[in-house]
Design a protein around this ligand. Sequence first.
Ligand code: HPA
Length: 274
Amino acid sequence: MSKKLQKDLKETVKFLQKEFKKAPDVGIVLGSGLGNFASQIKIEKEVPYGDIPHFPVSTVKGHSGKLIFGRIGEKIVVAMGGRFHFYEGYTPQEVVYPIRVMKMLGIKTVLLSNAAGSVNPDFKVGDIMIIKDHISFFTPNPLIGKNDDDLGPRFPDMSEPYKRTLIQQAKAIAAKNKIDIKEGVYVAVTGPTFETRAEYKLIHVAGGDVVGMSTVQETIAANHMGLPVFAVSIVTDIGIRDDDNIITHEEVLQAAKEAEPKLALLFNQMIAAI
Ligand code: HPA
């Protein structure tokens, strides 16, 4: 990593620490259609991305584009209302920039969420799936380039990209609250096209359960820095079907919005237990 990135990160962190004095415990990334989760936060400070030095700016419908600082119960959280996607034209390094910033602000855990299409016949629209592992379907690795040993190692281990203890905790919370929760493998694609029928089939055969356009680059950057990750997908559409299903962004946002209360319960209780 370049000296410039180090300098930029330091400036961003310094700016945010002036805006909000307390160190957050947990970072949260809200996926497409899941921005309502922000209403769970007792908001103490909101900083639009455009005001933050060196931050990319979000452009996608359904993403509000601000960093939200506040409390959930006793815990101090920082949430990204909207994330940066590779398909928007950001570099993989830009996509993961906020994850690095949140780590440097002091978070000890990051919770990621996304909307995804299912290729698992046992899943239905509205299901929550805990991500236990991932496959990058040609999404560029954000660590390509000179390594910064201050951030993490050259060749990070990825045998447990999603922290097992957090997965156990999530399953226990789901069982207690009678939420039917799935678990599976997230396949990351670049987008912005949804997949062809042949691609959905390939993703299924390759061992994927759901497919989406985010999360994996963020997870890689978090693992690089030794930051534990918990991530969930909301199933917003079914990729493998024999009828003429056409997938739209509106349908994805609507399905995510409807499933959001389940996600809120899960994240709230996880944050309390962290
Ligand atoms: N494919 C890729 N990304 C997605 C999908 C999908 O079917 N649904 C929501 N995000």
